[in-house]
Design a protein around this ligand. Sequence first.
Ligand SMILES: NC(=O)c1ccc[n+]([C@@H]2O[C@H](COP(=O)([O-])OP(=O)(O)OC[C@H]3O[C@@H](n4cnc5c(N)ncnc54)[C@H](OP(=O)(O)O)[C@@H]3O)[C@@H](O)[C@H]2O)c1
Length: 311
Amino acid sequence: MEGKKILITGGTGQVARPVAEALAVRNEVWCLGRFGTPGSERALAERGITTRYWDLSDGSPTALADVPRDFTHVLHAAVRRGEDGDFDAAVEANAVATGALMHHCRTADAFLYVSTGAVYARQTLDHPYREGDPLDGVADWLPPYPVAKIAAEGAARAFARVLGLPTTVARLNIAYGPGGYGGVPMLYFRRMLAGEPIPVPASGQNWCSPLHTDDLVRQVPLLWEVAAVRATVVNWGGDEAVGITDCVRELERLTGVAPRLVPSEVTRETYAFDATLRRELIGDCTVDWRDGLRRTLAAHHPDRLLPAPGA
Ligand SMILES: NC(=O)c1ccc[n+]([C@@H]2O[C@H](COP(=O)([O-])OP(=O)(O)OC[C@H]3O[C@@H](n4cnc5c(N)ncnc54)[C@H](OP(=O)(O)O)[C@@H]3O)[C@@H](O)[C@H]2O)c1
């Protein structure tokens, strides 16, 4: 992709920052955010990215006053997750910001809203969730989060149709890789290093379809290509379903650091995806999860990685 004018929210985050940096090589990229982390705005500027202050929770008509309208592509990844427990504020902020951005950029070729697999109603731990599966917005580990994401999905679908703006709603699985904090696997590894418990289900294990940054970055333009006015809703994960406990055990195998797995009522629920639709629309992934995990560890904790057998 080259020569496009691209607007990205959440550009300081785990998901969108590597996308912004990759696209900035051949396109004009703008990022909106609060840039509260010292140095985060400068780091983007050093990659040639234009930044503007924008607070997703500011639903006022002037919130986007400093932002041009002539973007060809939009990636909306910023989120107010609702860590403060305020459902209403999370729904209001995420839904209104999505609608306001779409309205502002209504002449774009494509809009991509990053949603989450956490919108699905829990079935069995290893159920491969399909796009048409029931939703319920229940997550004991962060209750407002999936409710707000369902609300924002609804806003995205409505504005796509009303404005005639081709849109993709991509329900992201676990994104991980060398950038940012490394994603959920590195959160677990940090717990392992600190000797902290990792809550796991009393029987079985949680499953996920982790998506490595290399695939994620490559797939963003492909998700824009399949955007439609009747919004395309698609699961966005890796090709392989991986057990979280298996993932933690793989981290142990690679580093020798033992996890403290503690059976618990409340665990960080994750979801294995049925990847059929995503594969039909944008093709296969390229990164094997064990290789991706080893490369992520090598970037974040090189001193902890044991030599490969025979090396
Ligand atoms: N990471 C995953 O594995 C995963 C899985 C499923 C879905 N998702 C979805 O992917 C998207 C990105 O997640 P992430 O993991 O990259 O998040 P993250 O690393 O926690 O970053 C959050 C981003 O949102 C921005 N943000 C937060 N509050 C904001 C506000 N009030 N106004 C403007 N920007 C705000 C932050 O920018 P500033 O702080 O600079 O404002 C930051 O860039 C989210 O929509 C999330 O629901 C992520």
